[in-house]
Write a protein that binds this ligand. Structure first.
Ligand SMILES: [Zn+2]
Length: 247
């Protein structure tokens, strides 16, 4: 049987699917991996700062203007649209077959496609809060700001995106919910992640079911453990699966 047909039949037979995804899930929606985007930014702006530095907590505090310049030009993609992967996952959740999407992405595309149970390990560009008064704001507030560094309209505090920067801890509740969902899944679909960024590899190791699928363009440390492996574009594969399932 073709791999795509196998995946479709496994999805058909499952009622506890969990998806674990990374940057590769959104590349077909026109959002580049931030590492390559950061490299581009460094070249264009003659910036001496590598991505791990620009996206760290201490850099944000010391040089919020450079942080936001980079963040605005390379991390925000307000017009990006969900692709076949986001769409199929949302449909499977609505059918009661998929229990959770665990994602390393901060773009909110799963919710845009209609997914409800989305565990965002690294936060979201759609949530932002004032560092002084803790009021929350949407992405619109950041986009509409006249200044590079967005300020709170109530107290003039700096508005920080609710995304996990380097040197910051992950949200423990999101992490625990992710472990729980992966542990109890009967089909785990891993997509668009190299599984090298902590804690991705650890999370995937919680899976106790028998069927796991890995969809990634490049090799990962999980390749030999996966029951089914495909090095294809995830959005296209999921669109084909959607067609086979007639949904
Ligand atoms: Zn405030």
């Amino acid at each position: 049987m073709q791999k795509i047909e196998t995946l479709a039949s496994w999805i058909e037979q499952s009622d506890n699917i969990v998806f674990f995804g990374g940057a590769g899930t959104s590349t077909e929606s026109g959002i580049p991996d931030f590492r390559s985007a950061a490299g581009l930014y460094q070249t264009e702006q003659h910036s001496p700062y590598p991505p791990e530095v620009m996206l760290s907590r201490s850099f944000f505090v010391k040089m919020p203007d450079i942080f936001f310049d980079f963040y605005r030009s390379k991390m925000l993609h307000p017009d990006a649209k969900p692709n076949g992967c986001h769409r199929l996952l949302a449909k499977l959740e609505a059918m009661g077959k998929l229990k959770a999407v665990v994602t390393q992405n901060i773009d909110g595309l799963h919710q845009k496609a209609g997914s409800k149970e989305v565990l965002e390990l690294h936060g979201s560009v759609h949530r932002n809060y004032c560092m002084d008064c803790r009021r929350f704001f949407g992405l619109e507030q950041v986009m509409a700001s006249k200044h590079v560094v967005p300020r709170c309209p109530y107290c003039q505090g700096i508005i920080k995106p609710d995304v996990v920067l380097y040197e910051e801890a992950l949200d423990q509740q999101v992490l625990i919910s992710s472990m729980d969902a992966i542990t109890h899944a009967d089909l785990l679909i891993v997509g668009g992640t190299s599984l090298t960024v902590h804690p991705a590899a650890e999370l995937v190791s919680y899976f106790e079911g028998s069927r796991s699928v890995l969809l990634n363009m490049d090799p990962t440390p999980y390749d030999r453990k996966a029951s089914l492996m495909m090095n294809d574009k995830i959005g296209e594969v999921m669109d084909q699966v959607s067609g086979l399932l007639g949904i």
